[in-house]
Design a protein around this ligand. Structure first.
Ligand SMILES: *Cc1c(COP(=O)(O)O)cnc(C)c1O
Length: 252
């Protein structure tokens, strides 16, 4: 995809987010755009970052885009080639314990914490850092077997335990919404994530005071997610075009 196309498509996404915020009575700066760069080559990711910087220099408001990678292999392949632009990387896919060190070299947040073991490992690895590592608890709101994430019924308890671990800052909750043409089903999933968030923040448990984030909504459903309170929308195809069909192994 040409850099002109990426520039145009990113602007369209920004407009969609702004319109969705306006429709929901929210400020456009309440929602951050994360670019999901899986399978996208580094030149195209660079073009998106430059387009974003140029748009903001030209006066458009809003925080810089975030970058998200599902696979640590792709993160470690792309991140070194983009250091001059100093993007903020989030891990948004399942993180195997043997890849934690590699991920933490580049990522400033892990959005895909779905069990105690990963949370404890992350906590161990960041001990002694001056700045805590942002973690998000991923919740499988649709219950689809193919999806990573904590069960909605146990996610709040997990989040309270995660929030108490040293070196971590619980920043919020993430979900990959239901894959459904029924907007009501998609909306209910996002509302469920928000309910989990509200329960955890209201608990007042140690470390839960910053857990307001809701990372939800992708290219096809970001408007619904913004209406339900998303603070981060994760966008891939709307900016980068359709991806090659997945080879075989998800979650590597
Ligand atoms: C790929 C991906 C996205 C972006 O999906 P699109 O439908 O291409 O916008 C968002 N979140 C996660 C976790 C992803 O893997």
């Amino acid at each position: 995809m040409s850099s002109e196309d990426v520039t145009r498509r990113l602007a369209q996404v920004r407009e969609r987010v702004a319109a969705a915020c306006a429709a929901a009575g929210r400020g456009a700066d309440e929602v951050r755009v994360l670019l999901a760069s899986k399978t996208v080559d580094v030149a195209t990711v660079r073009a998106a970052l430059l387009a974003d910087a140029a748009a903001r220099e030209a006066g458009s408001t809003g925080a810089p885009v975030l970058l998200g990678e599902n696979r640590v292999q792709e993160l470690v392949a792309k991140a070194p080639a983009l250091v001059d632009l100093a993007p903020t990387w989030h891990v948004i896919g399942p993180l195997q314990s043997n890849k934690v060190n590699a991920a933490l070299r580049w990522a400033s947040a892990v959005e895909s914490v779905a069990d105690d073991a990963l949370a404890r490992r992350l906590s161990d690895r960041v001990q002694g850092r001056a700045v805590p590592l942002d973690v998000w608890v991923q919740v499988n709101v649709s219950g689809e077997a193919s999806k990573h994430g904590a069960h909605p019924g146990t996610a709040a308890d997990l989040a309270v335990r995660v929030a108490a671990l040293p070196g971590l800052r619980l920043a919020g909750f993430m979900t990959v919404g239901a894959r459904s043409d029924d907007e009501g089903v998609v909306r209910a999933g996002f509302a469920l994530l928000r309910a989990v968030r509200d329960e955890v923040v209201r608990s007042g448990a140690p470390g839960t005071g910053d857990a307001h984030g809701l990372s939800m909504g992708m290219s096809n459903d970001l408007e619904v997610a913004v209406a339900e309170g998303a603070t981060v929308v994760r966008v891939g195809t709307a900016v980068f075009g359709s991806r090659p069909a997945p080879a075989a192994v998800p979650g590597a």
